[in-house]
Every structure is written in structure tokens, then in C-alpha cells.
Design a protein around this ligand. Structure first.
Ligand SMILES: Nc1ncnc2c1ncn2[C@@H]1O[C@H](COP(=O)(O)OP(=O)(O)OP(=O)(O)O)[C@@H](O)[C@H]1O
Ligand SMILES: [Mg+2]
Length: 286
């Protein structure tokens, strides 16, 4: 196995997906955030992070959340993941209130390395994502692992130890393990912020490929305006200190998207400029 083989497989998978249409978006929202407040008590003082925040997220859409540091992006994602509860209001997933981590929703965070078992091979780490309650046979499990290793371009590294693969590959491993349960919703909190620029670009295109090739809703938190515009159909821009939703911007750039074509599109440049200026002015004013 060598790197060029992996790159070839990876490129071929992406090329096949590019030919497909994006996943369809139906009218029924998969997530409904209804007038939520989130307050924390810090040293006896109550701090409002989200105040009367409402929005819906369409099934199979790709939505990014951006905003200045500390505005509540990760808090919102934790609430969606059922890892924390709103102080007031309610979040519905497929019409049912979220009262804990719901099956059908998986989160991938920036510190992906923490979720990888160093004593398990790449393939065994991916297999660990399979629902223990599933009644799949050993052969079916192997096929599922092989499918997901191929999806993220790691087929040639199945038998490696995590320490033997790069940071970008470790992030792909974390993605494969999350996807092996075929979640309806994938929540991602700055998943690519720890890798170099070129690896990040490859991971972005991989994520676009995944979104196009299976029905999945992706909610993606990032600091990077360009990344949000490149990937998403919609960008939610949060304001500082509990200001909540400042802008809800539709990104109507053509699909399929990729690093070269989309970034050169005048529409891309105009949208990233507008969103960047909006956040930059907030940062300047603070
Ligand atoms: N468990 C907690 N207890 C107290 N305060 C908290 C807690 N979690 C978050 N906060 C506060 O809520 C605010 C929003 O935090 P959050 O992590 O959601 O911001 P963020 O937008 O993700 O920031 P960054 O871009 O830096 O990741 C911050 O002021 C943070 O200190
Ligand atoms: Mg955060």
C-alpha cells in the first residue's frame, strides 16, 4: 500500500460522487429549535448565551454556524446533540423533543484524536462505531467497515495503527466511524481546525462528497467564513454575547462544489466578503 494508491482511490470515489445529484431536501424540518434560552451560572452570575433562539433545519440540508468566539456555537451544537439541555424552550428532532443524545444523530468534534483508540487498528476503530445493538453478522460488519473505509479513502490503511496515520487521516477515520451508523444528522464542531490548509481542503471536498452521496443533514460549526460558504446551503451567523441569530444567509452557489470551481465563482467571493465583513465589524466593535 502506498500513498499514491490511496490518493487514486480517494479521487475515484470523489469523481463518482460528483456525477451524482445532491441529496434531496424535503419540506419537513428534521430539527426545530423553538425559542430556546441557554444560561450558565458563572461565579454566582447568570450569563445568557442563547436568548429566545429559534430556527428550523431542513432534512438533508447542509447548514453552517459561524460567529465570533464565545457567541455560543458549541453550546448550540451540544444542545442539538442532547449533551446539554436548554434553560427554556425546546428542540425537536424528527418532531420529538430531545431529552438526551438521540439515536440517528452523531457528533464529531475538533479533538477527534481523543475519540480514537490507539490500541485498535484503523479498521477496528471504524468498526467500533457500529451500533452494538445491531444484529449484523460478522460478514455484514466487515462489508460495512470496508464500505466506510473506502468512502473516506482509508482502504489501504485498514491495518495501520492510528499513530501510523496522519492527522488528516485520523479525522477521516473519525468521520468514517461516525457515518457507519448511517446517522440522519451529523453535527460537526470545527472538525478541520487542527489540520494544515491542504489537508483541510481535501477534507472539505470529502465532506461535500459524503453529503452528496447519501441522505444526511449536516450542521457544521466553523470559524472560517470561506469554509462555511464553500460547504453549505445556508449559513447561520450568530452575534456576540447572547445576541443570537444575526443573519440567516442562503448560499445558492451551483452544485456540485469543489475547491477550484466554487472558490473562483464570483458568487462565492461576494458571499464570503459579505459574511466576513459582518463578523469582522462585530469583532472590531467589541
Ligand atoms: N458549561 C459552561 N459553564 C459556564 N459557561 C459556559 C459553559 N459552556 C459555555 N459557557 C460559556 O458560554 C459562552 C459560549 O461558549 P461556546 O463554547 O458555546 O462558544 P463558541 O461560540 O463555541 O466559542 P469558540 O468559537 O471559541 O469555540 C462562553 O462565554 C462560555 O464561557
Ligand atoms: Mg466552540
Amino acid at each position: 500500500m502506498d500513498g499514491s494508491q490511496t490518493a487514486t482511490n480517494f479521487a475515484a470515489t470523489r469523481a463518482a460522487a460528483a456525477a451524482r445529484q445532491p441529496a434531496t431536501t424535503t419540506d419537513a424540518p428534521i430539527l426545530s429549535i423553538n425559542a430556546i434560552d441557554k444560561r450558565f451560572t458563572v461565579r454566582g452570575r447568570e450569563v445568557a448565551v442563547l436568548r429566545d433562539f429559534s430556527c428550523t433545519i431542513a432534512r438533508n440540508s447542509f447548514v453552517s454556524v459561524i460567529g465570533p468566539s464565545g457567541c455560543g456555537k458549541s453550546t448550540l451544537l451540544r444542545l442539538l446533540a442532547g449533551l446539554d439541555r436548554p434553560t427554556a424552550g425546546q428542540i425537536l428532532f424528527d418532531g420529538a423533543p430531545i431529552n438526551g443524545p438521540p439515536p440517528g444523530m452523531i457528533a464529531v468534534f475538533q479533538q477527534y484524536a481523543k475519540s480514537i483508540f490507539p490500541w485498535r487498528s484503523v479498521a477496528h476503530n471504524v468498526a467500533f462505531g457500529i451500533d452494538p445493538a445491531s444484529r449484523l453478522s460478522r460478514t455484514e460488519k466487515s462489508a460495512l467497515v470496508a464500505e466506510h473505509l473506502a468512502l473516506v479513502g482509508l482502504s489501504d490503511h485498514a491495518d495501520h495503527w492510528p499513530a501510523q496515520i496522519s492527522g488528516g487521516m485520523q479525522q477521516r477515520l473519525a468521520i468514517a466511524r461516525a457515518l457507519i451508523r448511517k446517522p440522519e444528522v451529523l453535527l460537526m464542531d470545527e472538525p478541520f481546525s487542527a489540520v494544515d490548509a491542504m489537508t483541510r481542503a481535501l477534507l472539505q471536498d470529502l465532506l461535500l462528497h459524503i453529503w452528496r452521496s447519501r441522505p444526511i443533514t449536516i450542521v457544521f460549526v466553523t470559524h472560517d467564513v470561506d469554509e462555511a460558504v464553500l460547504l453549505s446551503q445556508r449559513v447561520l451567523s450568530l452575534g456576540r454575547f447572547g445576541a443570537g441569530l444575526r443573519e440567516d444567509v442562503t448560499i445558492d452557489l451551483p452544485q456540485p462544489r469543489d475547491q477550484i470551481t466554487t472558490r473562483a465563482d464570483p458568487g462565492f467571493i461576494a458571499l464570503r466578503q459579505r459574511l466576513f465583513a459582518s463578523i469582522f465589524h462585530q469583532e472590531q466593535a467589541s
